[in-house]
Design a protein around this ligand. Structure first.
Ligand SMILES: [Zn+2]
Length: 218
């Protein structure tokens, strides 16, 4: 009994004090609890050949970690869900991914390809990087710098999506970038890259998403 307690205590101490345990984990998941995704999401069965593959996802993660070593200290779990996801009321029946704080769900999808999967991985990691390192007021500043006050309509022109797409453009692999850049603003350049890296490398004692309310984006 004493040993069990001691081991439990040691494990707890190790996990709470050592940042060396932070890592990006990739796990297969047969399905997921309803509360993990918005209520209007509907999961449906997927064929095995439409499952997102761990090797494709880890290749993109590895690529991004090489460019941004700080991400080695980030705790993030990427779940590869063996289901299609859709929002029937909007007619969307093939959702690719969903990011919440330090969790990413990647769903199985019909037109599966390595390039698109790697693009989605980089996009969702872009969302997580925003949640971790960039407070809302800084994101607003970034958006102003990018759009110069021009406000275009459309899903990918919103600050969160523009940031995630910029992240793919600046830090994604060649494979991820084969998928067309979605916002209607012109793609980012060296100034944006420097701005984002500056934010990521600021010395944060705690991930921002632990300070604010939960953030989730498709
Ligand atoms: Zn997104």
């Amino acid at each position: 009994m004493f040993h069990k307690l001691l081991i439990t205590t040691l494990v707890i101490i190790l996990f709470t004090v050592s940042p060396a345990f932070a890592e990006i984990q990739i796990k297969n998941l047969d399905t997921l609890p309803n509360k993990a995704i918005p209520e209007n999401y509907i999961l449906s069965p997927a064929q095995k050949d439409k499952y997102v593959q761990i090797k494709t996802v880890s290749a993109e993660v590895y690529h991004i970690q090489k460019i941004i070593p700080v991400l080695n200290d980030v705790d993030l779990t990427i779940y590869l869900v063996k289901k299609h996801a859709g929002i029937p009321e909007t007619g969307l029946d093939d959702l690719y991914g969903y990011a919440c704080d330090d969790l990413i769900y990647l769903f199985s999808y019909s037109d599966i390809s390595d390039d698109l999967t790697r693009n989605v991985v980089a996009h969702e990691i872009g969302h997580v990087v925003r949640y971790y390192f960039i407070p809302q007021n800084s994101l607003n500043k970034y958006f102003k710098m990018r759009t110069k006050g021009e406000n275009k309509e459309g899903y990918f022109n919103d600050p969160e999506e523009l940031f995630a797409e910029d992240f793919v453009f600046l830090f994604g692999s060649e494979s991820a970038k084969k998928i067309v850049y979605s916002p209607e603003y012109k793609p980012p350049g060296p100034a944006e890259k420097e701005w984002i890296l500056g934010k990521i490398n600021e010395d944060l004692s705690i991930p921002l998403f632990l300070v604010y309310l939960q953030s989730c984006t498709f």
